[in-house]
Design a protein around this ligand. Structure first.
Ligand SMILES: O=C(O)CCC(=O)C(=O)O
Ligand SMILES: [Fe+2]
Length: 169
Protein backbone atom coordinates (compact mmCIF):
# COMPACT_ATOMS: atom_id res chain seq x y z
CA UNK A 1 0.00 0.00 0.00
CA UNK A 2 1.44 3.36 -1.04
CA UNK A 3 0.70 6.38 1.14
CA UNK A 4 -0.48 9.78 -0.02
CA UNK A 5 -1.17 12.89 2.03
CA UNK A 6 -4.62 12.84 3.62
CA UNK A 7 -6.65 15.91 2.53
CA UNK A 8 -7.25 18.47 5.29
CA UNK A 9 -11.01 18.01 5.35
CA UNK A 10 -10.51 14.31 6.08
CA UNK A 11 -7.83 14.97 8.70
CA UNK A 12 -10.44 16.95 10.60
CA UNK A 13 -12.58 13.81 10.97
CA UNK A 14 -9.59 11.59 11.71
CA UNK A 15 -8.61 13.96 14.54
CA UNK A 16 -12.13 13.79 15.93
CA UNK A 17 -11.96 9.98 15.93
CA UNK A 18 -8.53 10.07 17.58
CA UNK A 19 -9.99 12.12 20.41
CA UNK A 20 -12.37 9.25 21.17
CA UNK A 21 -9.31 7.16 22.09
CA UNK A 22 -10.48 4.00 20.35
CA UNK A 23 -7.01 3.63 18.82
CA UNK A 24 -3.64 3.47 20.59
CA UNK A 25 -0.79 5.78 19.69
CA UNK A 26 0.78 2.91 17.68
CA UNK A 27 -2.27 2.18 15.54
CA UNK A 28 -3.76 5.60 14.93
CA UNK A 29 -5.80 5.82 11.70
CA UNK A 30 -3.71 6.46 8.60
CA UNK A 31 -6.06 5.17 5.91
CA UNK A 32 -9.44 6.32 4.58
CA UNK A 33 -11.64 4.49 2.11
CA UNK A 34 -14.42 6.55 0.51
CA UNK A 35 -17.30 4.48 -0.88
CA UNK A 36 -20.36 5.76 -2.71
CA UNK A 37 -23.57 3.74 -2.86
CA UNK A 38 -26.50 4.70 -5.05
CA UNK A 39 -29.93 3.40 -3.98
CA UNK A 40 -30.01 -0.31 -4.79
CA UNK A 41 -26.26 -0.74 -4.46
CA UNK A 42 -24.59 -2.69 -1.67
CA UNK A 43 -21.49 -4.66 -0.84
CA UNK A 44 -21.13 -8.46 -0.69
CA UNK A 45 -20.51 -10.11 2.70
CA UNK A 46 -16.78 -9.96 3.40
CA UNK A 47 -14.18 -9.48 6.10
CA UNK A 48 -11.71 -6.62 5.97
CA UNK A 49 -8.89 -9.07 6.54
CA UNK A 50 -5.39 -8.92 8.00
CA UNK A 51 -4.16 -5.92 6.00
CA UNK A 52 -5.71 -3.56 8.55
CA UNK A 53 -5.55 -3.11 12.30
CA UNK A 54 -8.81 -4.72 13.44
CA UNK A 55 -10.66 -1.58 14.53
CA UNK A 56 -12.77 0.08 11.85
CA UNK A 57 -14.49 3.44 12.24
CA UNK A 58 -17.07 4.37 9.62
CA UNK A 59 -18.80 7.71 9.17
CA UNK A 60 -22.06 7.56 7.22
CA UNK A 61 -22.91 10.61 5.09
CA UNK A 62 -25.94 11.38 2.95
CA UNK A 63 -28.21 8.39 3.36
CA UNK A 64 -28.69 5.74 6.03
CA UNK A 65 -27.99 2.10 5.29
CA UNK A 66 -28.41 -1.22 7.05
CA UNK A 67 -25.20 -3.11 7.75
CA UNK A 68 -25.68 -6.87 7.95
CA UNK A 69 -23.44 -9.26 9.87
CA UNK A 70 -22.95 -12.95 9.12
CA UNK A 71 -21.33 -15.64 11.23
CA UNK A 72 -18.03 -16.57 9.68
CA UNK A 73 -17.22 -20.20 8.96
CA UNK A 74 -13.84 -21.81 9.47
CA UNK A 75 -11.23 -21.24 6.75
CA UNK A 76 -11.96 -24.76 5.49
CA UNK A 77 -15.64 -23.99 4.95
CA UNK A 78 -14.76 -20.66 3.41
CA UNK A 79 -13.55 -22.37 0.21
CA UNK A 80 -16.77 -24.40 -0.09
CA UNK A 81 -19.36 -21.67 0.09
CA UNK A 82 -19.75 -18.00 0.79
CA UNK A 83 -17.88 -18.25 4.08
CA UNK A 84 -20.91 -17.52 6.21
CA UNK A 85 -24.18 -19.03 7.40
CA UNK A 86 -26.63 -19.36 4.52
CA UNK A 87 -30.36 -20.00 4.18
CA UNK A 88 -31.81 -23.14 2.57
CA UNK A 89 -31.56 -21.34 -0.79
CA UNK A 90 -27.85 -20.79 -0.22
CA UNK A 91 -28.25 -17.06 0.35
CA UNK A 92 -26.20 -15.40 3.10
CA UNK A 93 -28.30 -15.19 6.28
CA UNK A 94 -27.49 -12.29 8.60
CA UNK A 95 -27.21 -12.98 12.33
CA UNK A 96 -27.47 -9.27 13.19
CA UNK A 97 -28.18 -5.94 11.54
CA UNK A 98 -27.32 -2.36 12.47
CA UNK A 99 -29.01 0.76 11.17
CA UNK A 100 -26.31 3.26 10.19
CA UNK A 101 -28.07 6.61 10.22
CA UNK A 102 -26.63 9.60 8.37
CA UNK A 103 -24.05 11.50 10.40
CA UNK A 104 -23.40 8.44 12.56
CA UNK A 105 -20.12 6.82 13.53
CA UNK A 106 -19.78 3.04 13.68
CA UNK A 107 -16.88 1.47 15.60
CA UNK A 108 -16.36 -2.14 14.58
CA UNK A 109 -13.88 -4.31 16.46
CA UNK A 110 -13.19 -7.58 18.32
CA UNK A 111 -15.56 -10.48 17.48
CA UNK A 112 -17.54 -8.39 15.02
CA UNK A 113 -14.32 -7.88 13.05
CA UNK A 114 -12.72 -11.30 13.41
CA UNK A 115 -15.64 -13.73 13.60
CA UNK A 116 -18.20 -12.10 11.34
CA UNK A 117 -18.55 -10.97 7.77
CA UNK A 118 -20.32 -7.73 7.00
CA UNK A 119 -22.23 -6.56 3.96
CA UNK A 120 -24.99 -4.31 2.67
CA UNK A 121 -27.83 -5.79 0.64
CA UNK A 122 -28.81 -4.28 -2.68
CA UNK A 123 -32.04 -2.57 -1.74
CA UNK A 124 -33.62 0.79 -2.44
CA UNK A 125 -35.38 0.98 0.93
CA UNK A 126 -35.25 -0.63 4.35
CA UNK A 127 -38.10 -1.69 6.58
CA UNK A 128 -37.25 -0.98 10.18
CA UNK A 129 -38.12 -3.76 12.59
CA UNK A 130 -37.14 -4.81 16.09
CA UNK A 131 -34.37 -7.12 14.87
CA UNK A 132 -32.10 -4.09 14.30
CA UNK A 133 -29.71 -4.28 17.23
CA UNK A 134 -29.04 -0.59 17.72
CA UNK A 135 -32.57 0.70 17.20
CA UNK A 136 -32.63 2.14 20.74
CA UNK A 137 -29.79 4.47 19.68
CA UNK A 138 -31.50 5.59 16.46
CA UNK A 139 -34.11 8.15 15.51
CA UNK A 140 -35.96 5.64 13.29
CA UNK A 141 -38.81 3.59 14.73
CA UNK A 142 -40.24 0.12 14.15
CA UNK A 143 -42.44 0.21 11.04
CA UNK A 144 -40.58 3.03 9.29
CA UNK A 145 -39.84 2.48 5.59
CA UNK A 146 -36.60 4.32 4.93
CA UNK A 147 -35.86 5.08 1.28
CA UNK A 148 -32.17 5.01 0.51
CA UNK A 149 -30.56 7.91 -1.31
CA UNK A 150 -26.87 8.29 -2.20
CA UNK A 151 -24.69 7.25 0.73
CA UNK A 152 -21.02 8.11 1.09
CA UNK A 153 -19.14 6.16 3.73
CA UNK A 154 -15.76 7.16 5.13
CA UNK A 155 -14.04 4.04 6.44
CA UNK A 156 -11.20 5.25 8.63
CA UNK A 157 -8.65 2.79 9.99
CA UNK A 158 -5.00 1.88 10.39
CA UNK A 159 -3.03 0.06 7.70
CA UNK A 160 0.12 -1.07 9.54
CA UNK A 161 2.13 -1.64 6.37
CA UNK A 162 2.19 1.32 4.06
CA UNK A 163 4.99 2.69 1.91
CA UNK A 164 5.75 6.39 1.72
CA UNK A 165 6.38 6.82 -2.01
CA UNK A 166 5.16 9.95 -3.74
CA UNK A 167 2.93 8.94 -6.66
CA UNK A 168 2.32 12.49 -7.90
CA UNK A 169 4.46 15.52 -7.29
O1 LIG B 1 -19.73 1.37 3.41
C1 LIG B 1 -19.65 0.76 4.46
O2 LIG B 1 -20.18 1.13 5.51
C2 LIG B 1 -18.90 -0.55 4.50
C3 LIG B 1 -17.74 -0.58 3.56
C4 LIG B 1 -16.93 -1.82 3.74
O3 LIG B 1 -17.28 -2.72 4.45
C5 LIG B 1 -15.65 -1.95 3.04
O4 LIG B 1 -15.36 -1.14 2.14
O5 LIG B 1 -14.89 -2.87 3.37
FE1 LIG C 1 -15.71 -4.02 4.94
Amino acid sequence: MISEKIPEWLEFYMDKINKLAVYNQSNRPNHVLVNEYLPGQGIMPHTDGPLFHPIVTTITCGSHTVLEFYERHSTEDFTKDQGCTTSELGLPKPCATLLLERQSLLILQEDMYHRHLHGISEQTQDTIDETIKNLHLCQAKVGDELKRSTRISLTIRNAPKSTKIKLFS
